[in-house]
Design a protein around this ligand. Structure first.
Ligand code: AP5
Length: 218
């Protein structure tokens, strides 16, 4: 099964993908995470994409296609694959169709995460992550049980705030989403693959909605 998680920044795609990864052994493929790893490793790819990401713009279609194609091939026999943040425009969606066809895999469904824009900004401004294990938190909606200590790996110290999570950059990322990515709703709607998810509920309630929509026990 292959699922695309489609939604604006802060709509909870990564949060829900990690839950399905943990509960159902699905493979979580996030192009944003792959690109951030390249930036933090200081690789050639990381150097090429760093400033584009800091501005909240999309990196080139060819770069993300190379990343995602390899991962889909590698994980094609997993119980489920979640594509988080890919595709992000119609050209990427067509490229994905080509990869899936060549691997003889069909796209199961596209979950479209719907959240009010004011809430998206609040979610992103308050997002923090553990620098050691990458666990994601929110200063108000999902703080660690003990302040400054990661629930998952026990790291104690200052949590990371993404450089593209400032209010100015978020406005730009939302514009990119509205101008380029939201068109995918009609692309996948026309293919009869789109499922709308009410994603402005608490995380557990969103997990239940997703499980119901794709026919899994939560
Ligand atoms: P990427 O990393 O994909 O960022 P994004 O799509 O902007 O999404 P986010 O990670 O910001 O949000 P999310 O929906 O995953 O929310 P989360 O679950 O973390 O991309 C970053 C950059 O990489 C792009 O700008 C671009 O430059 C580049 N890039 C990536 N893919 C690309 C592609 N295909 N093509 C070209 N360029 C690409 O939740 C956010 C916060 O809210 C967290 O703090 C969380 O705890 C909290 N939260 C989550 N759910 C809830 C809830 N239900 N209730 C309350 N709080 C919640």
């Amino acid at each position: 099964m292959v699922f695309v998680f489609l939604g604006p920044p802060g709509s909870g795609k990564g949060t829900q993908a990690k839950i399905l990864q943990q509960n159902k052994s699905f493979v979580h493929l996030s192009t944003g995470d792959m690109l951030r790893s390249a930036v933090s490793e200081g690789s050639e790819l990381g150097k090429r994409v760093k400033s584009i990401m800091e501005q909240g713009l999309l990196v080139s279609d060819d770069i993300v296609l190379d990343l995602i194609r390899d991962q889909i091939k590698r994980h094609k026999s997993a119980p489920g694959i979640i594509l988080d943040g890919y595709p992000r425009n119609v050209a990427q969606a067509r490229a994905l169709d080509g990869v899936l066809k060549s691997e003889n895999i069909s796209l199961t469904s596209v979950l479209s995460f719907n959240v009010d824009e004011a809430l998206l900004v609040e979610r992103i401004v308050g997002r923090r992550s553990c620098p050691k294990c990458g666990a994601s938190y929110h200063i108000k909606f999902n703080p660690p049980k003990r302040s400054g200590v990661c629930d998952h790996c026990g790291f104690a110290g200052v949590f990371t705030h993404r450089t593209d999570d400032t209010e100015v950059v978020i406005r730009g990322r939302l514009k990119v989403y509205n101008d380029q990515t939201s068109a995918l709703k009609s692309y996948y709607g026309d293919m009869d693959r789109l499922i709308d998810v009410e994603a402005d509920l608490p995380p557990k309630a969103v997990t239940n909605k997703i499980s119901e929509a794709i026919g899994l026990t939560p």
